[in-house]
Design a protein around this ligand. Structure first.
Ligand code: ATP
Ligand code: MG
Length: 390
């Protein structure tokens, strides 16, 4: 039987005047995701996008898998396409849903009649088809409140669609609908998760990564690019900015008190990230910080870092435990890459006793003993840019 995919959107349905923009973006993102799988046609009606293909060999299972990673889709299902004739719909439902209905105990039928010319009204379709299914599948009984299976019949302009198995979509808003932000990405577990979480809210992600050769290796940078590649599955293309940071780190080591190394480094990272964000039209920064996880993530330390930030800094992992962050990293398949043991510039010259409760004044004094501005300019200048493609 011919099948199509129905993608139902969640939050977008609640948008007022902007709804059209959101829908167009969602459809564009879906099309791009499906492109490698062949030719699919998308059509939207009543908070649902219908994914169809004229291609006999179109792989709807693969398409379903791809669409599960598209933000903005609340639920997905495959549906059998049937002629708009009640007898045909009954026969079609028996065969299309045989596997599901043979093993279920309770069910109900829901009908949506978009085509008002169809001779039976929705309650009649439910009652009639429900009765037929009870006869056909003696294992079933009706439960309208909490059924194991809901058989949905949709009568549309050209065809009838029948489906029963809904799978959860990625949720959120279409990537790009909320503007763009710069993710500070390390090789760790947290920052890729942070990028994923903000992309889920419709933010298009660019990424900046700081490297300090020879203290950090080429392999460490490649690992970060691989993490970004994984993220593209959810976020689309990512502009990747790789900042040479060695000179600055050595200058911190040679000129600033050791206990402040990390915070000063983080402040300089933020300054550079903001400069690149401006250039790339990003309106915010994103980090993978979580309160109390390390010395530089106490409230006081975060305040010192934020003191140099003139754009919003989003830290979606801030209130999460490591185990919760790990759970998401496994779900988005970045965990196994993140745990590969390569060095990060954050672990170069780490102080033995970092100050966990610095004040902004202390830090400014410690940092002002050296003029970093030229080095910052140079690092921005020498940043390498690369497009990591979906
Ligand atoms: P992660 O698991 O994301 O590395 P973490 O818990 O190890 O985080 P830190 O190493 O203190 O924490 O880094 C805090 C945040 O700073 C990271 O989540 C990331 O956003 C940013 N960051 C750290 N190292 C780099 C780097 N080399 N390049 C860009 N951003 C970085
Ligand atoms: Mg780290």
């Amino acid at each position: 039987m011919k099948e199509i995919i129905l993608a139902k959107y969640g939050e977008i349905a609640l948008k007022g005047l902007n709804k059209n923009t959101f829908e167009n973006l969602l459809m564009k993102n879906m099309k791009r995701r499906l492109e490698p799988l062949g030719k699919f046609e998308l059509d939207r009606q009543q908070s649902t996008i219908y994914v169809d293909s004229q291609d006999e060999n179109a792989d709807f299972d693969a398409a379903l898998e791809k669409l599960r990673t598209v933000f903005g889709i609340a639920a997905l299902c495959k549906a059998g396409v049937m002629e708009k004739d009640f007898e045909k719909i009954c026969e079609g439902t028996y065969s299309y849903l045989e596997d599901t209905l043979s093993y279920a105990r309770t069910f109900k039928v829901e009908a949506k009649r978009a085509d008002k010319r169809f001779p039976m009204k929705s309650p009649e379709i439910c009652a009639e088809l429900g009765g037929r299914l009870l006869e056909k599948f003696p294992n079933l009984s009706v439960d309208v409140k909490n059924p194991e299976v809901t058989v949905t019949v949709e009568i549309r302009d050209t065809n009838a669609y029948v489906h029963a198995v809904k799978i959860q979509g990625a949720g959120g808003l279409p990537v790009g609908s909320s503007g763009k932000a710069m993710l500070l990405v390390s090789g760790g577990i947290d920052s890729p998760v942070a990028g994923y979480m903000m992309a889920k809210r419709g933010i298009h992600i660019s990424a900046v990564h700081f490297v300090s050769p020879p203290y950090t290796s080429e392999r460490a940078r490649i690992k970060v690019e691989q993490l970004c590649e994984k993220l593209t599955g959810y976020c689309g293309n990512i502009a990747f900015f790789c900042v040479p940071f060695t000179e600055i780190q050595e200058a911190i080591k040679d000129n600033c008190p050791e206990e402040y190394f990390t915070i000063i480094m983080r402040r300089l990272m933020m300054e550079i990230a903001q400069r690149l964000a401006d250039r790339d039209e990003c309106l915010a920064l994103i980090t993978g910080e979580s309160v109390g996880q390390v010395a530089s993530q106490t409230l006081k330390a975060i305040a010192c870092t934020d003191a140099v930030c003139r754009m919003p800094v989003f830290r979606p992992c801030i209130g999460m435990d490591k185990t919760e962050i790990i759970e998401i990293s496994r779900k988005i398949d970045t965990f196994d890459i993140s745990i590969q043991p390569y060095e990060d510039c954050c672990t170069v010259f780490t102080p033995k006793h970092p100050k966990t409760k610095p004040t902004v004044e202390e830090i400014e004094n410690a940092q002002n003993s050296f003029d970093f501005s030229k080095m910052v300019d140079k690092a921005v200048e020498e940043t390498e840019i690369k497009l990591i493609k979906f």
